[in-house]
Write a protein that binds this ligand. Sequence first.
Ligand SMILES: [Zn+2]
Ligand SMILES: [Zn+2]
Length: 240
Amino acid sequence: MIILLFFLTHWYLSLFFQTFFLHRYTSHSMFKMNIFWERTFFFLTFLVQGSSFLQPAAYGEMHRKHHSFSDTNKDPHSPLWSKNIFSFMWKTFKEYRNLSTQFIDDVSKSSDLPRWKLIETLGESMIVRIFFVSFYSLLYWIYAPSFWFFLLIPFHIFMGPIHGFIVNWFGHKNGYRNHKELPDNSKNTLPIDLLMMGELYQNNHHKSPNKPKFSHRWFELDLGYLIMHLLHTLKVIRLV
Ligand SMILES: [Zn+2]
Ligand SMILES: [Zn+2]
């Protein structure tokens, strides 16, 4: 029970910071916040992504490229240009690695993206990643009711990239299209997206990339947007 709770908590917290901070804030500037809240969310992104922390600036740069070249051969991760999920993941990893190394070496690069040298260096360091892996493993060692549950540990270790994979692979491969006129292959994978907090409305999102709300039809549900709306009401962020 404790293990399943831990799994679900880690899944949704990591997903929330990916969609809220890395995607909607860093990549698309859908809302504004002061430096205190930006640093708070930056740190929390590091804490919950843990061993699979993705540098916001490198994520933002790669994601903007995805929108500019969606499903063409210049798209850093289009399922149309990869034979299978392994080559797809490898290509995305190489693109991210290349960008994150450039960003670590140059703090002033892309100054419109949130930067925090200390957390970027910590999050990317192997010792810190190993610390998080040990922490996840220890929790399983203590609380898992059987060894079968250990099969879930890799999901914790690679949580960020797994979420990225689900969105970028299925979101550009399987589902329906509200906006059939778009030249790319973006899809809305789930009619009610409780799994990825609205990220699986890729077709809607590619239609209006800077619109904070990803749901366009009455039955679609964008949990990420609902939380953003709450934070806006509480004056933590200001929706643009
Ligand atoms: Zn997309
Ligand atoms: Zn986007």
